[in-house]
Design a protein around this ligand. Sequence first.
Ligand code: GTP
Length: 407
Amino acid sequence: MSAITKKTLKGHVGFSNYPDQVHRKSIKKGFNFTLMVVGEASIGKSTLINTLFETKIFPEREDSVVTELSKGVEITTMSADILDNNVKLRLTVVDTPGFGNSLNNDNSWTPIIENIDSRFDSYLAQENRLIHSKIQDNRIDALIYFIKPTGHSLRQIDIEFLKRLHTKVNLIPIISKADTLTSEELVGFKQRILADISAHNIQIFKPTTTDLYDDLETIRDNKETLSKIPFAVIGSENFVELPDGSRVRARKYPWGIIQVDDPETNDFRTLRRMLIYNHMEDLRDYTNTVLYEEYRTQSLLAMGHFQDNSVFKEYNPALIAEEDRKLHDIKLQKMEAEMNAVFQQKVVEKESKLKQSEEELYSRHKDMKLSLEKQRKALEDKKKLIEANARPVTPMDKSKKKGLFNL
Ligand code: GTP
């Protein structure tokens, strides 16, 4: 493995400016944030959202609680571009009027779950397109769940809702209209709510602190935020003039006023710091990397895509590379087997040819040997004959020739 060279530049090359470039680009483009609000009618949803973002996001409504009772749960969407110190935020608020307003609220969470799922589906479909044009991200980044200030504990509908939604969205449960409870009542109420949340294993959004990276102020901030969960808040769109002439958002009572932003009386400021100043990006990040990932995996599993990996591959370069490597190996193995088979065939053919020519040679050798043997025998016979005919001439023979013995 080659060593990694570490070098601190003495001069200025310029890439240290990269985080600023990203920052400037993001500021120019602006940020998107999608917030869902759930809670029964008149619990203070629109007042709180308008107060949080200091913008009239919810339009003025006529009191239509009775009409909504008969309609069931609806999903309505509002968007606003908010400019804060030249930074643009495209805020989308998804309201769920009608939730918890029926006599029988069983399944009143169903349209909400369907809406969250359909936003994930739309994102998944866009990711799945072969040509990735700009992806429209409508996923819900956080859900503020309004708990009725009963002072008791969570109601069954709260538990059922939170249990069903906690794997799909960042849940931020809040106690609304906190000014209707005393501070002692609020302490006990919060404890019972937390006990219910823990007993039902409900995951809610909590800022996390990493001692390694976070500065002391962030660590302190996060600790304070955690200590206030579930936030007990009050909202007001009305301004009240203080004796010093400043104007503040507050609620007026016969005995005086409560400022929305006063940490002594309620947790509005902590909620706002967490949601907008400190953890907006964490909420988006958790939605994308944990909640959406889980949904995507489950959806693809349900569609049976992981069996052949056909869809999952498109999103997973590591899997594609692994698959390619496996295919390549299989191809090589096949080629090797084919080459071996051809080689074996050739060897067998060659061997049989050799054997055949050996046999031919042998038989030719045998024939030749036989014929030579025959020739040798014939020659021997001939020799014998010649030898027999070539006997030496005796005196008798000579006399016979001269006729001496012709008697
Ligand atoms: P729907 O539109 O019916 O869903 O109501 P909503 O949940 O949006 O409630 P909204 O904000 O319209 O508030 C209903 C009433 O409660 C209004 O009269 C508000 O002024 C009042 N209200 C809102 N916030 C608070 C609060 O923190 N404390 C008190 N005491 N009243 C509040």
